[in-house]
Ligand binder design. Structure first.
Ligand code: NA7
Length: 528
């Protein structure tokens, strides 16, 4: 018999909930977590201004009505400390820490085809066995740390937003450089600009950012709490796993110019990531997208006083929504400050880092601190960082030309290895909480099904997997999403195969597919 029924990798929101569900099932489970506490994303990303870009009313667990009622979110978008304390509260409330081993990274998984079990090796050299492994490893958990020549020569301080020091960093009065203008860069830049002496931002690609319109949500939270079950059900069936006001039914192509401008303006004033839901065809039709993209560009030009600077900050090379949009609070206005400047590294490439700062083009920018906000090896990074072996091959080899999964839940040839929000599921294109809970529930139901029928092994058929991979690619090709060099495509990692990784067909549709497969006794899976 294996040491555990299941090993769960990661104690973020996925791992915590999975542990809770397996306990309900009466299964023994151990969680290995690389960090020193629970929280995953919100444990590591403690940089100034770190905040969720999904509304807290949606970005929270729905599995326990009591938890739903007792937790009081303060703002429309929670800041990192509040999200971390929520994860800690959940760990305490359900006594989860007892089954979590912290500061321990899983390095290898080895499938024993005779015994039907995984051997799990951790970075302290220890090994244990488990019937099932559930990778709750997160989609944005492996930082991308690009090489910059001379980095080791720099005499000042260097930080990554993705592993910000827990004790915090005093940046007041310092000369600071930030490299990267995705969500993490934007939030950091906006937060630190008022306190630093000078801030120079190195931008490779400008971001589309939609105002957060953040603020207290006391009244709305009180109202939603009176009808949370029905509210959650709507989110589960919505395209992006959260509600974007009334679900839109309008198409740009059917709308007159006045309606287009009025609706885009309305969404802009609402704020947040629902912006691309204004019309159903924004992510599918180039002309519709251009109208929305241009609307954002106009706002940027209005916010930034210096026209030349505004132009550099304005995204033109890709459609809005095809790279992850940002949700901001005064980001563009930050560039109107005297102490903030921008270097477009397409015009002035970063040549090297020196003892004193960063050389871009012909200029040496002298700084005391460099902050890297350079993103993550998204979606496949965490699993590929583990040496996963089965039947003489590795998952890394199998995925060399891009991930191959059935439903983003399992990969053929790797039995009993489940993924929470794996590639080819909606994951990063959705409210992660909705997707996490759905996957954890689906996996838990599958494990119950196996147990109740005296089976102990589950694996997708290759044909079903091929079919799903083709489906996800076909659906992506119907949209404008693959046209940008995004981390959805793996384009931010040198040498990574460019494949559109998430399932873009919508959370509600995906749920219907997966529910149907479960009901049909796991059609496309082999249960032994
Ligand atoms: P992102 O969104 O991947 O942003 C990373 C940024 O760093 C982005 O602007 C990149 O430019 C830039 N980058 C990456 N490598 C380099 C190099 N070598 N030189 C210069 N600039 C570089 O990661 P975030 O952490 O900001 O956000 C991740 C998610 O967290 C976000 O989407 C939300 O879901 C929350 P690029 O665009 O690749 O040209």
């Amino acid at each position: 018999m294996p040491d555990h029924d299941a090993i769960i990798i990661g104690a973020g929101f996925s791992g915590l909930y999975q542990l809770h569900r397996l306990r309900e099932l009466g299964m023994s489970a151990r969680v290995f977590e690389a960090g020193g506490d629970v929280g995953g994303t919100w444990y590591w990303n403690r940089y100034p201004g770190a905040r969720c870009d999904i509304e807290t009313i949606e970005y929270s667990y729905s599995f326990d009505p009591e938890l739903e009622q007792e937790w009081e979110w303060r703002e429309r978008y929670a800041a990192q400390p509040e999200l971390l304390s929520y994860a800690q509260h959940v760990a305490e409330r359900y006594d989860l820490r007892a089954d979590i081993t912290f500061n321990t990274r899983v390095e290898a998984l080895d499938w024993d085809d005779e015994a039907d079990e995984w051997t799990v090796t951790t970075d302290d050299g220890a090994r244990c066995t488990a019937r099932y492994v559930i990778a709750a490893t997160g989609c944005l958990s492996v930082p991308s740390k690009p090489e910059f020549e001379g980095r080791e020569d720099f005499a000042g301080e260097q930080y990554w937003t993705s592993s910000w020091p827990h004790e915090g960093v005093d940046l007041s009065g310092k000369r600071v450089a930030v490299i990267g203008t995705g969500s993490s860069g934007l939030q950091t830049i906006t937060a630190i600009a008022p306190e630093v002496r000078s801030l120079v931002v190195f931008q490779r690609t400008p971001s589309y950012a939609i105002p957060a319109r953040n603020g207290p949500i006391e009244d709305r939270l009180r109202e939603v709490k009176t009808r949370y079950p029905e509210f959650r059900e709507l989110s589960r069936m919505a395209k992006v796993g959260m509600q974007c006001g009334e679900e839109n039914t309008q198409y740009y192509v059917d709308s007159d110019p006045d309606t287009v401008q009025r609706e885009l303006e309305r969404r802009w004033l609402d704020g947040g990531l629902c912006y691309t839901q204004t019309f159903r065809d924004i992510l599918m039709d180039a002309e519709a997208n251009e109208a929305a993209s241009e609307h954002v560009r106009r706002q940027i030009r209005e916010k930034v006083h210096d026209p030349e600077l505004a132009q550099k900050l304005t995204p033109v090379s890709y459609p809005v929504g095809s790279k992850r949009m940002c949700v901001d609070t005064g980001y563009f206005e930050t560039y109107n400050r005297e102490n903030v400047s921008l270097v477009d590294i397409n015009d002035e490439p970063i040549r090297r880092i020196t003892r004193r700062g960063i050389v871009a083009g012909d200029t040496e920018h002298e700084v005391d601190v460099i902050i890297f906000a350079t993103g993550f090896d998204a979606m496949t990074g965490a699993l590929n960082a583990i040496d996963v072996r089965s039947g003489g091959t590795t998952l890394r080899e199998k995925w060399a030309d891009g991930p191959r999964t059935y439903l983003g839940l399992m990969s053929a040839g790797f039995p009993n290895l489940f993924m929470i929000t794996g590639p080819q599921s909606p994951s990063v294109l959705s409210n992660m909480m909705t997707s996490i809970e759905y996957h954890v529930d689906w996996v838990t139901d599958a494990l119950r099904h196996l147990r109740d029928r005296g089976k102990r092994r589950m694996e997708p058929d290759l044909a079903a997997e091929d079919n799903w991979v083709n489906t996800t690619n076909d659906v992506a090709d119907l949209t404008l999403m693959p046209s940008a060099a995004s981390w959805y495509m793996g384009a931010n990692i040198p040498g990574k195969k460019r494949v559109f990784m998430p399932f873009v067909g919508g959370v509600g549709t995906y749920k219907q597919v997966c529910d149907g497969i479960a009901v049909s006794h796991y059609n496309g899976f082999e249960l032994v």
